[in-house]
Design a protein around this ligand. Structure first.
Ligand code: A3P
Length: 351
């Protein structure tokens, strides 16, 4: 986009109200001061996003760009690898050689690495973790906190850019689907909540010390990053008929991966035969995927970013929420989903 075409970022940033702030501070020891709500839907982002919002909204796009967009913990990584392999003619060697995180710059990653919270985090982890490597952690932090729009702009025009994002469609460039391709993945919010809870225990910098029940209440109150969940999904759902948007459910990947592979191949204009599909299914199967060093984020463990009793690749199944919800929470979830699905034909496949 030419410089004189730069769009002003159209949304306001608001502080949390005092009651919300208190709840967040009580539950997330490393994040209390950094949340902001963005726009009319009140998406929860963090303060570093404020300076980068317009750059992302205006990022110049290319017709070859491929985004994988999700509300976090909805099957992003699984879909990223699937999409990348199909787009790259099943180049398994290269996929093994270059970690997924390098193959896909993560557009909004920087916003999870907030300087003040980092200092609190380091103090806290140093006091409790004898193996914590402060030096390594600081080096990694300094990379992760950087916005990636400049890095994306520097990718040679001859290369396809694969981009990971958890931002909702309304915070991405408004003409994105006129130019680039987006694969959006949605997942039953009850499984998302359970997975986010474990994720916030895994990446201790997200700092959740609460029980799942407390976490669930925070999620329901739209006080976890990138919530409100339903708004996020509905924005993409509304665009699902656009030829540059492929809308998938985690549950579809779980239930019929070959069918999803065929849809992705069609979407990317690639041919794939039955033998290749079956090989790809094997590669993407959770039992193999969780041990795949290129995708499982285990390389962050020796830096002190990961808690010892959690893994990025956790259970890998649909419907696992049932083991975490009591009767009250189950009913609460049903009501919440019903209310939020009233004005839409979006339905999460039930397995
Ligand atoms: P669980 O925590 O329920 O196990 P994201 O990549 O968006 O962060 O999503 C992570 C979730 O997807 C985790 O869910 C993870 O285990 C699951 N997942 C990742 N790869 C998978 C695969 N190959 N098969 C099934 N689930 C997978």
């Amino acid at each position: 986009m030419a410089e004189n075409n730069v769009l002003p970022f159209p949304y306001e940033f608001k502080q949390l109200n005092p009651e919300e702030q208190e709840l967040v501070e009580k539950n997330f020891p490393y994040l209390p001061s950094s949340y902001v709500r963005v726009g009319p839907k009140g998406y929860i982002l963090t303060k570093p996003y404020i300076n980068e919002a317009a750059n992302i909204y205006n990022m110049p796009l290319r017709s070859t760009d491929v985004f994988v967009a999700t509300y976090q913990r909805s099957g992003t990584t699984w879909t990223q690898e699937l999409v990348w392999l199909i787009a790259n003619d099943l180049n398994y060697e290269k996929a093994a050689e270059i970690p997924l995180a390098q193959r896909y710059p993560f557009l909004d990653l920087f916003m999870f690495y907030v300087q003040d919270e980092n200092e609190k985090y380091v103090k806290n982890v140093e006091a409790t973790e004898p193996n914590f490597d402060k030096e390594k952690f600081s080096q990694l932090f300094n990379v992760l906190k950087m916005p990636v729009t400049p890095q994306l702009a520097a990718v040679p025009l001859t290369e396809t850019r694969f981009i990971k994002t958890h931002l909702p469609m309304s915070l991405l460039p408004p003409t994105i689907l006129d130019t680039a391709k987006v694969v959006y993945v949605a997942r039953d919010p009850r499984d998302v909540a359970v997975s986010c809870y474990h994720h916030s225990r895994l990446f201790r910098i997200l700092g959740s010390l609460v029980s799942f029940k407390d976490f669930w209440n925070i999620f329901l109150k739209d006080l976890y990053t990138l919530t409100p969940f339903f708004e996020h999904v509905k924005e993409a759902w509304q665009k699902r008929h656009n030829p540059n948007m492929l809308f998938l459910f985690y549950e579809e990947l779980s239930q019929d991966l070959p069918a999803v592979i065929r849809r992705v191949a069609d979407f990317l204009g690639k041919q794939i035969n039955e033998e290749q599909i079956s090989h790809l299914c094997e590669h993407l199967n959770f039992k193999n995927f969780k041990n795949n060093k290129s995708v499982n984020y285990e390389d962050r463990r020796d830096v002190g970013l990961l808690a010892s009793d959690e893994t990025f690749m956790r259970k890998g199944k649909a419907g696992g929420w049932r083991d975490h919800f009591d009767e009250v929470m189950t009913q609460q979830a049903e009501r919440w989903m019903e209310e939020n699905l009233l004005d839409t034909d979006l339905r999460f496949p039930q397995l």
